[in-house]
Write a protein that binds this ligand. Structure first.
Ligand SMILES: NC(=O)C1=CN([C@@H]2O[C@H](COP(=O)(O)OP(=O)(O)OC[C@H]3O[C@@H](n4cnc5c(N)ncnc54)[C@H](OP(=O)(O)O)[C@@H]3O)[C@@H](O)[C@H]2O)C=CC1
Ligand SMILES: Cc1cn([C@H]2C[C@H](O)[C@@H](COP(=O)(O)OP(=O)(O)O[C@H]3O[C@@H](C)C(=O)[C@@H](O)[C@H]3O)O2)c(=O)[nH]c1=O
Length: 585
């Protein structure tokens, strides 16, 4: 019996069964359990892949065929993307870690694209697909669709099965766009031509002929949406160079992907994200792609994990910062760097000064040189933590430690530089990647029976996913002129998730969410202590509450409550099994 669990993508289900292991006997037991439960006849196969190999997402439409996957050996990250424009989770993607250990399978309904990347040296995937009567239309989604910004585990070493006809989600699913047709053209007469109408989900084969070994090219044709599908074939048949392309060459309005003519014609602004390996930098790279061409910069490309390969920068060396910026010549410099280890900053004030204070000042200088604007992130730790009132932008900073002091200097340098800028002062950041207190507590609570947290240290947990998305939304109104937008609307704003909590209350919320998501939690309760009683060497402010009302009012934003955002991010964390997979129900 296979048990099913719903996921965040409507209709996609996690499959759990008793069967584990890699033997072919168990693979066939799995296949027959799938047939029994989900019906047949089915096409079954076992696919072998190597580390880094990526199979681009594909989906089925007409005749709708469902698919199931399970990892027989090794580990792979499977990404599902909802391409059904009438679905409540349309355009959302979600990743799952499938491994031989967690014995997890996935059920993928028609209309949901699925692709995978292997993370272990080798892996085997059991793939079962219901055969349906008539033709079932398979399509491919670009694995690097910039709008989706899928967080694949790494830059693919090897790209399997992404045909040249792979489309962006917008092209596939938006019924409001003019119809897009895909045309296969060959150099021989009576070539096969497939026309596909995403809006109507109709596919036709115009001319059939015996197989030819002639090289096949692909072209995409944008047609007038007002034309009915039946009119289209004639038009295509008449288009020289497409059907029976005797004279290869571009027909009016028809362009080959190979010529890159489908790429946007207007040059996109370049956005340089410095610190792309950090928790916030990573999410900024994912979201800011919606606004321009993102170039990451960090000192360890291995930690960047996204495409394209980042530019090298060591921000403790001024020359390195200047070289990186002059090389990339961005319109926008986003500084997501920081020496964020508060104890390390206290012990090594010279490095803290270089990274948190001097580097932002140099970035601002260089931004002026190349005519760029700047985004920067400041911290709640610039305040002394007195009182209980949330700090607003007019309150006077008075940092207690080197981290706070150097961050304040960096912020002040940018403000004084005259460069158009937006500085977001935030606090208590966490993410589903990188090291942070949320991930640590989720991990620790499965095997530690006691953890002590401060009951008198208050702030707002804020997810980097939300912060990066919110910044992108803010900037999107200024994409025509990012620098001009910053000059007009920029400045310093406080921005964090809504509501305040002590560190203990945050811990309690994490445990409650983990239990709700059926993580086997061992920890029952946190021990509370005063911050001063904890073995932390660095003096830290107690009141880190930030008042984000100024930015919310100015831009009409609704801030999510920290609890709701935390629940969402923990669900993502557990679903994608960044934690040990066997601890997930
Ligand atoms: N974390 C938090 O709670 C808060 C953070 N902030 C601010 O937000 C920003 C992002 O924070 P967060 O994502 O949490 O930080 P992380 O510690 O996750 O990331 C910091 C980034 O800075 C990079 N970096 C540090 N030193 C150097 C160097 N010498 N050369 C090149 N890169 C370097 C790191 O690179 P590498 O990966 O190689 O180390 C990493 O990419 C920082 O400015 C921080 O001060 C503000 C408020 C709260
Ligand atoms: C990382 C970690 C934290 N904790 C506890 C300790 C502490 O009470 C709480 C928070 O830990 P942190 O290391 O995030 O604490 P801290 O360094 O105080 O966090 C600060 O970081 C800098 C960069 C900022 O700018 C601030 O806004 C703030 O987020 O969680 C654990 O119990 N286990 C862990 O593994």
């Amino acid at each position: 019996m296979i048990h099913t669990l719903p996921t965040r993508i409507s209709g996609v289900e996690i499959l759990r069964s008793q069967a584990t292991g890699t033997s072919s006997k168990e693979a066939s037991a799995w296949f027959s359990a799938i047939s029994q439960q989900f019906g047949g006849p089915r096409r079954e196969r076992v696919v072998c892949t190597r580390a880094g190999q990526l199979t681009a997402p594909s989906y089925y439409r007409l005749g709708g065929t469902d698919r199931t996957l399970r990892c027989l050996s090794g580990e792979m990250v499977v990404v599902v993307i909802d391409t059904r424009h009438d679905s409540p989770t349309f355009a959302q993607w979600h990743s799952f870690l499938l491994s031989s250990d967690n014995a997890r399978g996935l059920w993928i309904p028609a209309g949901v694209a699925v692709g995978w990347q292997t993370v272990s040296p080798r892996a085997q995937l059991a793939f079962s697909q219901r055969l349906c009567q008539g033709r079932s239309q398979q399509g491919w989604l670009r694995w690097d669709d910039p709008q989706l910004a899928i967080g694949w585990p790494s830059i693919p070493q090897d790209l399997l099965e992404q045909p040249a006809t792979a489309l962006d989600l917008e092209e596939i699913a938006n019924p409001d766009l003019p119809c897009l047709a895909q045309v296969r053209r060959t150099k021989v007469p009576q070539a096969k031509c497939s026309v596909w109408y995403p809006a109507a989900a109709i596919r036709r084969t115009l001319h059939r002929q015996e197989k030819t070994r002639t090289q096949i090219q692909f072209a995409k044709v944008q047609v007038d949406a007002s034309r009915t599908p039946l009119q289209l074939p004639n038009e295509l048949s008449n288009a020289p160079g497409v059907v029976g392309a005797r004279q290869p060459g571009a027909a009016a309005g028809i362009t080959s992907r190979a010529t890159s003519a489908m790429e946007p014609t207007t040059a996109k602004d370049v956005i340089l994200v410095i610190g792309s390996s950090g928790q916030l930098g990573h999410d900024l790279c994912r979201y800011l792609r919606q606004l321009g061409t993102v170039v990451g910069a960090c000192r360890d490309p291995e930690k960047h994990g996204l495409l394209p390969v980042p530019t090298f920068v060591d921000i403790s060396r001024p020359a390195s910062i200047r070289t990186a910026i002059r090389k990339v010549r961005p319109k926008l410099i986003v500084n997501a760097t920081g020496l964020t280890n508060v104890d390390r900053a206290e012990k090594d004030p010279r490095i803290a000064q270089l990274v948190n204070a001097a580097a932002p000042a140099i970035m601002a200088e260089e931004a002026r040189e190349v005519g760029a604007g700047m985004i920067h992130f400041c911290t709640d730790m610039v305040f002394d933590g007195s009182g209980e009132r949330p700090w607003n932008e007019r309150d006077r900073p008075n940092p207690l430690n080197q981290y706070g002091r150097t961050k304040l200097l960096g912020t002040e340098a940018i403000r004084a530089s005259g460069v158009p800028h937006l500085i977001l002062r935030t606090g208590w950041l966490y993410s589903t990647h990188g090291e942070n207190y949320v991930k640590s507590i989720v991990d620790l609570c499965t095997y530690r029976s006691s953890i002590t947290l401060a009951s008198d240290h208050f702030g707002s947990p804020t997810s980097t996913d939300w912060l990066a998305r919110t910044l992108t939304e803010l900037l999107s109104s200024g994409t025509n002129d990012l620098v001009g937008w910053l000059a007009q609307f920029g400045g310093l704003y406080h921005l964090s998730n809504l509501g305040f909590a002590s560190r203990v209350e945050v811990g309690d919320q994490i445990i409650a969410t983990c239990k709700q998501l059926t993580l086997p939690v061992v920890l029952q309760k946190f021990h509370s202590a005063k911050q001063a009683e904890l073995p932390t060497p660095t003096p830290c402010p107690l009141n880190c509450r930030l008042d984000s009302s100024a930015i919310a009012v100015k831009f009409g934003m609704t801030l999510p409550r920290w609890q709701a955002e935390l629940n969402l991010q923990i669900a993502k964390l557990l679903d994608s099994s960044i934690l040990p997979a066997q601890s997930v129900a």
